[in-house]
Design a protein around this ligand. Structure first.
Ligand code: PRP
Ligand code: ZN
Ligand code: MG
Length: 226
């Protein structure tokens, strides 16, 4: 897979980053014929293939060298990096550009009725999250003994379901928290989309040349939007 001479780029199939990432690729002149049900899309004017996958899979695909580039949120990237490091798997990558979309924050939120005087209020408590490594790193930095409970989804209902005392989840508008009787308390990570590349020296010369040709165009698009 990785020895294909077409540059492989991973993008989120559907979600927060999909539309903006595709729009950026189109804006830098890459013609794409995306058919909704297909995992792969071939560019018609560049030696580039697009892999449309779950965002959670993108950091690993880049770190394992299965794809050459990937568009991913920094939150997901940092979490997967910590997870793979702990598991003894390759966790290296290079950030090519920090992008201007996909902004969100990873925050601790607690039920409206909870007495909360700062992070020490979570001592001995359970916090539901999809980002246990980021959350446990934060607890450690703060010197708090609390437990991260891993949930892949529906994190916001965990306190009501009696599964956890609080949550740590992504917030952008705050609507999800509000709808679930939760209040945002501590921001533990601020995230934006980034374009990442396989670790240094792992791309063929042809691919490296192509990437180097594309990056000034990315800069042009970012600049034009400022
Ligand atoms: C995040 C998070 C909340 C929502 C918060 O999910 O888990 O559900 O966004 O956004 P809001 O503050 O605007 O309401 P996301 O859309 O990233 O989907 P995922 O949980 O499936 O990754
Ligand atoms: Zn996700
Ligand atoms: Mg969600």
């Amino acid at each position: 897979m990785s020895n294909s001479n077409r540059l492989r780029i991973a993008v989120q199939k559907s979600g927060r980053l999909s539309d903006d990432s595709i729009a950026l690729l189109k804006a830098i002149g890459i013609k794409l014929n995306i058919r909704d049900r297909l995992l792969i899309a071939h560019s018609t004017n560049q030696p580039i293939d697009l892999l449309r996958v779950r965002d959670d899979d993108i950091p690993g695909l880049v770190m394992d060298g299965v794809v050459d580039l990937g568009f991913i949120g920094e939150n997901e990237l940092e979490e997967k990096m910590l997870e793979r490091k702990a598991a003894g798997k390759p966790f290296e990558y290079e950030v090519l550009r920090r992008l201007d979309y996909g902004g969100c924050r990873l925050s601790i939120a607690v039920p409206n009725e909870m007495d909360y005087d700062g992070i020490q209020s979570l001592e001995g408590k359970k916090v539901a999250t999809t980002y246990p490594y980021l959350l446990e790193r934060y607890f450690k930095e703060q010197g708090i003994n609390a437990k991260a409970v891993m949930l892949q989804g529906s994190v916001e209902v965990a306190p009501r379901a009696g599964v956890a005392d609080a949550i740590c989840d992504l917030v952008s508008t705050g609507a999800t928290l509000e709808a679930n009787g939760l209040v945002e308390k501590d921001v533990i990570f601020r995230s934006k989309a980034v374009l990442i590349k396989r670790a240094d020296g792992e791309l063929s010369d042809e691919k490296e040349t192509l990437v180097n040709r594309l990056m000034p165009r990315v800069d042009g698009v970012l600049l034009a939007k400022e």
